[in-house]
Design a protein around this ligand. Structure first.
Ligand SMILES: NC(=O)c1ccc[n+]([C@@H]2O[C@H](COP(=O)([O-])OP(=O)(O)OC[C@H]3O[C@@H](n4cnc5c(N)ncnc54)[C@H](O)[C@@H]3O)[C@@H](O)[C@H]2O)c1
Length: 247
């Protein structure tokens, strides 16, 4: 059990990649704070984790775009567990369009959740980790933050920002034994990519040397590496989990 006795806060964990990370962490003994913007699915996922893995789990509704929500998430987590060992910044959205057609509202919405949301959660949880003099922060970026993508100016900017924030926080927190790393997934089969047409998925798959879309569990295994002692001398790293589509 690689995470026995550890407390993990995972944003956007009611479904998709966040939920898969919660499952892998729970199967390794971590106790969980399942957090998402959707109250019903947050509660349901937390109940399922507790039943399936027998680990203590709480459900906290939190919109990561709001600093006060992230502060409340931290407080509720500490009231229950007294510490936070692992923070996974996973919540994210897309609102795709070509730059000339993109509305200001769609730019702002994606930046607020994907970029400022990571800032908000690190600011709120980081204070506690500094006191503890230990912690792990895992940020879910994207291959699109590394290579850009037509129709995703807002999303690629947010994820590129997450990568540079990861490196800045890794430097700021290193002396307190807080390791900060990022995962840059390629195209992963979740609700986010289900929106794409079969033709779009075909084109994407053909650009992947492993010739398949990734699974949420592929990303979760990388998150476990960063959350566990296996990565004790790794910080500021961006791990590509993309089937080789960008090297
Ligand atoms: N699926 C992919 O191909 C892919 C690739 C690269 C990176 N990612 C990133 O992985 C992360 C998870 O994506 P996914 O594919 O599981 O998508 P998903 O849509 O299945 O899950 C995202 C979760 O985030 C939650 N969420 C949305 N806005 C929120 C907010 N303001 N506050 C809190 N929670 C919020 C949603 O309710 C949902 O449960 C995202 O950051 C995404 O950008 C996904």
């Amino acid at each position: 059990m690689r995470l026995q006795g550890k407390i993990a806060v995972i944003t956007g964990s009611a479904q998709g990649i966040g939920r898969a990370i919660a499952e892998v962490f729970a199967s390794e003994g971590a106790q969980l704070v399942i957090s998402d913007i959707n109250a019903e699915s947050t509660r349901k996922t937390a109940d399922e984790m507790e039943t399936r893995y027998g680990v203590e789990t709480i459900a906290v509704v939190c919109n990561v775009a709001k600093l006060e929500d992230c502060e409340a998430l931290t407080k509720v987590s500490l009231d229950k567990f007294s510490k936070i060992d692992i923070l996974v910044n996973n919540a994210g959205i897309t609102k795709d369009n070509l730059i000339l057609r993109m509305s200001e509202a769609d730019w702002d919405a994606v930046i607020a959740v994907n970029l400022k949301g990571v800032f908000n959660c690190i600011k709120a949880v980081g204070k506690q980790m500094l006191k503890q003099r230990q912690g792990r922060i895992v940020n879910i970026a994207s291959v699109v933050g590394q290579m850009g993508n037509t129709g995703q100016i807002n999303y690629s900017a947010s994820k590129g920002g997450v990568i540079s924030m990861t490196k800045t926080c890794a430097r700021e927190f290193a002396s307190r034994n807080i390791l900060v790393n990022a995962i840059a997934p390629g195209f992963i089969r979740t609700a986010m990519t289900d929106k794409l047409t079969e033709d779009q998925k075909q084109v994407m798959t053909s650009a992947v040397p492993l010739l398949r879309l990734g699974e949420a569990s592929d990303v979760a295994k990388a998150a476990l590496f960063f959350a566990s002692d296996d990565s004790s001398y790794v910080t500021g790293h961006v791990l590509a989990v993309n089937g080789g589509m960008y090297m």
